[in-house]
Design a binder for this molecule. Structure first.
Ligand SMILES: [Fe+2]
Length: 306
């Protein structure tokens, strides 16, 4: 049992804190899933027509938070064959704007339908004052921001009835008033909320280059026992800085960092995440095989089989 506060959402829109605790079920570590892909509509038919060597799929939550139609039908069919994880981009957990209860209601409804292994989003903010900036923006790593995000993660987890996972984003700016490193902020966040972590290997690589920190310090600094998923993706290297495009193959340096991460964290579910320039399914499955090979070389076959 993880002792913590529960917030009750009152009809007048206010929020009341009450003593409660996460049930063992909701605080249980999600199971290891093996090697998956981000589900993209271009691949629906190939997935349903064949049996690609993919253990599970990660779906973009917002694409299926709709009342009906083809996307939901396809999701149901794929869900009938594969475990899925729901991965959102609009929670805006670090924003100072009020939590979007309509969004959370729809997210919860989708989770009740799709029964994902877990629900994830990003440690970021995406807008404020009613403006959506459609980007995953970094957080100042201050005690004040930490207290704010901790409180919101508790509220979201209480509303959803389960611990969520948050992913590290790539960034291009840092805040001069940050009081701690990104990994110290993340470590404290997990300790105080019981949330899980999606470790995006590419995002760590991009931010480490852009801000000149040691990616290995990031790996060593985040709590090993909270990492439930790896993301692997490509980027655009502009020599002076890297742009996280998620539209290319995983580069050698990111594979090297993945190898180090696997060695450090042990068996963790992993996906190839391609958001643009989507290639045929077979190409992504082949890239996923590289992830399998790296993990097998580091951990042995018996530890990486789903
Ligand atoms: Fe990612």
């Amino acid at each position: 049992m993880v002792g913590r506060r529960t917030f009750l959402f009152m009809e007048d829109g206010s929020v009341t804190a009450a003593n409660a605790s996460l049930s063992p079920r909701t605080s249980e570590r999600p199971p290891y899933l093996g090697f998956g892909l981000g589900l993209r509509p271009q691949h629906y038919q190939d997935i349903l027509d064949g049996s690609p060597n993919v253990d599970w799929f990660e779906v973009i939550s917002e694409n299926y938070m709709v009342p009906g139609g083809q996307p939901l039908k396809m999701l149901d069919r794929i869900r009938a064959r594969y475990p899925i994880v729901m991965h959102g981009v609009s929670l805006s957990i670090a924003s100072t704007a009020p939590l979007n209860m309509e969004y959370l209601r729809d997210l919860k409804a989708l989770a009740q339908r799709a029964e994902p292994v877990f629900i994830s989003d990003h440690l970021c903010w995406t807008g404020v004052h009613g403006i959506n900036l459609h980007d995953l923006l970094p957080v100042p790593y201050t005690q004040e921001a930490l207290d704010h995000v901790v409180s919101r993660v508790h509220r979201v987890q209480d509303y959803l009835g389960q611990a969520i996972a948050l992913e590290n984003v790539s960034s291009y700016v840092q805040f001069s008033h940050s009081e701690m490193s990104e990994w110290e902020f993340i470590a404290e966040l997990t300790k105080r909320t019981g949330c899980w972590l999606v470790f995006d290997v590419n995002n760590v690589f991009v931010s480490a280059f852009n801000h000149e920190f040691d990616a290995h310090a990031f790996i060593a600094g985040v709590p090993k026992e909270r990492i439930v998923q790896f993301h692997l993706a490509g980027h655009e290297h502009n020599m002076s800085h890297i742009v996280d495009t998620h539209d290319a193959i995983v580069c050698d340096e990111v594979w090297d960092l993945y190898r180090t991460a696997v060695r450090h964290f042990g068996p963790v579910s992993a996906i190839i995440e391609r958001d643009d320039h989507i290639p045929p399914l077979a190409e992504l499955v082949a890239e996923l095989d590289v992830a399998r090979k790296v993990a097998t070389e580091e951990l042995g076959q018996s530890h990486v089989a789903a």
